[in-house]
Ligand binder design. Structure first.
Ligand code: GDP
Ligand code: ZN
Length: 460
């Protein structure tokens, strides 16, 4: 791994903005910046102390001015990567940024790979692995709760719990190893009793953490949600109400929502990844048929189904078809158009489904609070604190590591129960300790590290 070479990339989002930033990191970062930048003071950046903002111009090889720039100088180790970092704040246009970036490459920097700045921050010990992963989660957070979880991970709340468990386990290993040197049976019993108590304690903590994995994943990735119902029942209207924006086209002509579109809605902090599916009904129309097939597929793919019914009409054969489709699935049944004279009642609907029935009217937004509460209830398990998101498990890799660590701890308990030697218990505990280290990155291979950072974008 070449760590000392100097990398550069555009760190701000592509497009037009007031300011665009090029970040340079590595041993030659300041030298590279001094090649492409002329300070108004006439001084070289090299002559400045750390943490300085210096005004001047970006210039090309011929000395022509490319743009005005404010330059931030951050000397190692007081920077994002713990290396020398220079940030060139140019005007936020595609041309000035690309031109300036190319100049940094001519001056000896190379293009940064995906996530390479954060990877260096991790390898140089500024962030542990879960903190580094959280950087992308902060950037892509969809709701305030997702952000709370990501920023909690970035601040190290999640890793602090893991580190405490590893510390406990290591303490028990030390205990066992000391006892191994005193081969007396009474000592063994006292020690194994204490180890057993501790292991049970750590296992309880792991179990509690694993309970948060379901919610954590939803907060990070969104809850796959399908809105289904026969044509004209109010699917597009509901989608718009949830998005609070007129995004899908609402129309009176049945069957006009043909293409499925995917949007994120923020329901009390829960990000819903909503697919607006075409009305489910038997039809000869080819275009609509594709939509209907998709709707069936989405029902299978989605984690939550919002099934709509028209409260101003009797239950139709198409409605029955939808009720059959959602049977046994995780669904909320929504009785819509309750602002009109009631024909179909919530009671009648409840006789036909196991799913909770919620009365709504998308036009008046009546019942949408009840819907939000029902969704929250589904996502947050009982006994889980909203506010603790910062220490939730939030991806499958983390959950799997915790499960495997727990397996090693279970093995340690079995070893104790079987009355095997202390050194055998110690081996099980060491395996658990190493496993947990894969979360914080202390005991993780380079291939996994590369895989994690390859999911980042350039410039992060
Ligand atoms: P979709 O085909 O299921 O997507 O249904 P739309 O959202 O396009 O709505 C069909 C029609 O029903 C439109 O004229 C909406 O204005 C109307 N509509 C939707 N929700 C309600 C409601 O709660 N009350 C009333 N009165 N009309 C509604
Ligand atoms: Zn529609």
């Amino acid at each position: 791994m070449q760590q000392s070479d100097t990398i550069s990339a555009i760190a701000t989002a592509q497009g037009e903005g007031g300011i665009g930033i090029i970040r340079i990191s590595g041993e030659r970062a300041i030298a590279v910046a001094d090649t492409v930048f002329r300070a108004a003071s006439g001084r070289k950046l090299e002559s400045y102390e750390t943490q300085r903002a210096v005004f001047g111009h970006i210039v090309d090889a011929a000395g022509e001015t490319v743009d005005e720039a404010m330059v931030l100088l951050m000397r190692a180790p007081h920077s994002y990567t713990k290396e020398d970092v220079v940030e060139l704040q140019c005007h936020g246009g595609v041309m000035p940024l690309r031109k300036t970036l190319a100049l940094t490459w001519q001056a000896g920097a190379r293009a940064a790979e995906r996530g390479e700045f954060t990877k260096r921050a991790f390898l140089n010990g500024r962030l542990d692995l879960t903190q580094a992963q959280a950087v992308m989660d902060v950037i892509s957070a969809k709701t305030e709760k997702s952000l709370k979880m990501a920023s909690g991970h970035l601040a190290g709340h999640f890793s602090a719990g893991i580190k405490a468990m590893r510390h406990d386990i290591l303490g028990q290993i030390a205990h066992l190893e000391a006892a191994i040197d005193f081969p007396e049976d009474e000592v063994d019993d006292v020690v194994t009793d204490e180890v057993e108590r501790n292991v049970v304690d750590v296992r309880n903590k792991i179990r509690k953490l694993l309970k948060t994995a379901h919610t954590g994943r939803i907060l990070r990735e969104g809850l796959m949600t399908a809105i289904v119902g026969k044509p004209n029942v109010g699917k597009s209207s509901l989608l718009n109400a949830l998005l609070r924006e007129e995004r899908a086209i609402v129309t009176d002509i049945p069957g006009t929502t043909r293409d499925s579109i995917e949007e994120y809605a923020n329901i009390g902090g829960v990000p819903l990844r909503i697919i607006d599916t075409a009305g489910i009904r038997a039809t000869d129309d080819i275009v609509e048929k594709i939509g209907v097939d998709k709707a069936r597929a989405y029902v299978d793919e989605s984690s939550l189904i919002l099934a709509l019914f028209d409260g101003s009409r009797e239950l139709s054969a198409e409605d029955e078809e939808i009720l059959d489709l959602i049977a046994g699935k995780d669904a909320l049944v929504l009785l819509n158009k309750t602002d009109l004279a009631p024909v179909l009642t919530a009671e009648k609907l409840a006789e036909r489904t196991q799913a909770p029935v919620i009365a709504i009217a998308t036009v008046t937004e009546h019942g949408l609070d009840d819907l939000a509460a029902a969704i929250q209830k589904k996502v947050y398990d009982s006994g889980m604190d909203s506010g603790d998101e910062g220490s939730f498990v939030n991806d499958e890799r983390q959950a799997e590591i915790l499960r495997q660590a727990d397996e090693h701890l279970a093995a340690a308990l079995r070893t104790i129960g079987a009355g095997l030697g202390l050194d055998f218990i110690s081996i099980d505990l060491r395996s658990a300790w190493e496993k947990l280290g894969e979360l914080t990155g202390e005991t993780v291979g380079e291939d996994i590290i590369n895989e994690i950072f390859s999911k980042f974008c350039i410039g992060k």
